[in-house]
Design a protein around this ligand. Structure first.
Ligand code: FAD
Length: 431
């Protein structure tokens, strides 16, 4: 079993043509995940001189190369609960932002001719208990009556079993038809190649340690492990800023909790067997606080992820996750008991307190982050929006303008995660 991401292991390592280190650029983008690459693409296409500075030794080094491969529409929240809290207009706008985000990914795949298996097969949200099915039914009703999503379809236990999933486990499900999926490694490589084709530069192993301000408070020089770089504008596309100094990125780190999420990929199952598990090849998620998410790959593996335990990813914890995830897989598909596990890996999800992204400008530096595990589409979309804001366009920012206080008591490693895990496990047992 390989302890690395299936997505990055099944594509060649992208080798940027970057060339010489520049002394100055118009825009420096910190991080070569989807937010950074998408922003760089849009900026370079407008003629700006852009440099993407990446701490890792490959593009999509962190979450963008380690995720579950779902490009889903819909909110991670229960729509009705969110609408009751923030109002229908706001909840509808946020829901619409995810629809727009999936459209953005599709547009870039088409315009840049990225061969990444993008397919709108839809998402199936699966209830593991009758009470969860009732909640899905209420949610579907609310999405329809508020005029938010007329495409959703509620399926009872029988239809889920007959039409969708070869599992006895589920009490019903809700289909979101606009959701998609793709191969994350192929998408990342295609996006990086598009950045370079439009004139942007990508520098790997170039950790930004500190951003120096000029007298006016505007950012002026980025101090990196490769050397200094002057930039007129800076976009932080570096997640919760775990690389680089705490002094520079502590502001971000104090506002997001890094939560480990772990994934396995089986050996190829063969077309017929794979198809018999998930007939319509949808992305699937289960409704629970400690949930599973799964899908098939183009080469007919099952990829299944979940919060195997409450800790952060490391080679030891990734290896420990494999048997826990396998048990979760067999709870859904007991017929896979004979199947080998080829890959197991982990990644860090940057969770905000309200599980919604944050994007804007602070002290002259732009940022977009905190996608809270629902970000393959939003990171790409926000990269495009941030590029337009940086270029001075008055474009609406769906995630701007909300207060973003630090999480109380959160200064270093998240000591409280095991307690959070115990709380959610108890909640799932009694709900
Ligand atoms: C295990 C897992 C499963 C997930 N599954 C899904 C899913 O199925 N669907 C979904 O929608 N979302 C999912 N997500 C979330 C999604 O992958 C992320 O929201 C999205 O990829 C974030 O992209 P990003 O570019 O903002 O951040 P990242 O991809 O994390 O990129 C940030 C980059 O910045 C670099 N960096 C950091 N600090 C510095 C520095 N100081 N200097 C230079 N570079 C720096 C990092 O090395 C990294 O490459 C998942 C996440 C994880 C971890």
């Amino acid at each position: 079993m390989k302890l690395q991401s299936y997505w990055t292991d099944t594509v060649p390592r992208y080798a940027p043509q970057a060339g010489e280190w520049p002394t100055a650029v118009d825009v420096a983008v910190v991080g070569a995940g989807f937010t950074g690459l998408s922003a760089a693409l849009a900026l370079a296409a407008r003629g700006a001189q852009v440099a993407v500075l990446e701490a890792g030794d490959r593009v999509a080094f962190e979450a963008s190369g380690r995720n579950g491969g779902h490009v889903n529409n819909g909110l991670a929240h229960d729509y009705g609960e969110l609408a009751d809290k923030v109002g229908v207009e706001q909840a509808r706008a946020w829901y619409g932002a995810y629809d727009a985000a999936v459209d953005t990914v599709e547009r870039i795949v088409r315009e840049e001719a990225i061969d990444c298996g993008f397919a709108r097969n839809g998402k199936l949200k699966l209830a593991t208990k009758p009470a969860h099915y009732d909640a899905l039914a209420r949610s579907a009703e609310r999405l329809r009556s508020d005029g938010v999503d007329a495409d959703i379809e509620l399926l009872d236990r029988g239809r889920v079993r007959e039409e969708e999933i070869a599992s006895e486990r589920f009490a019903g499900g809700l289909v979101y038809k606009r959701s998609a999926q793709m191969h994350m490694g192929r998408f990342a490589n295609g996006l990086a190649a598009a950045v370079e084709r439009h004139g942007g530069k990508i520098f790997l192993q170039s950790t930004v340690e500190r951003i120096e301000r000029s007298g006016s408070g505007k950012p002026s020089t980025l101090h990196t492990t490769r050397g200094p770089l002057r930039a007129s504008q800076v976009l932080l596309a570096n997640g919760a800023g775990r690389h680089g100094s705490y002094r520079e990125f502590g502001w971000l780190r104090r506002r997001m909790v890094p939560v480990g999420s772990f994934i396995l990929a089986t050996a190829p199952l063969g077309r017929e067997r794979a198809q018999s598990l998930i007939a319509r090849r949808r992305t699937c998620t289960t409704v629970a606080n400690i949930h599973h998410y799964f899908r098939l790959t183009d080469d007919d593996r099952l990829i299944l992820g979940g919060r195997a335990h409450f800790g952060v990813s490391s080679p030891t914890s990734d290896a420990r996750s494999a048997p826990i995830l396998r048990e979760g897989m067999l709870g859904i598909f007991p017929q896979l008991a004979d199947v080998e596990i080829d890959y197991c890996w982990g990644g860090v999800v940057d969770m905000t307190r309200d599980r919604l992204p944050q994007a804007g400008e602070r002290n002259g530096v732009w940022y977009s982050t905190g996608y809270s595990g629902h970000g393959t589409q939003m990171s790409v979309h926000m990269g495009q929006i941030m590029a337009r804001l940086i270029a001075g366009e008055a474009v609406p920012n769906p995630w701007g303008g909300r207060p973003w206080p630090a999480i109380p008591g959160h200064f270093g490693p998240p000591w409280f995660l095991p307690l959070v895990g115990a709380y959610y496990r108890a909640k799932d047992r009694f709900s």
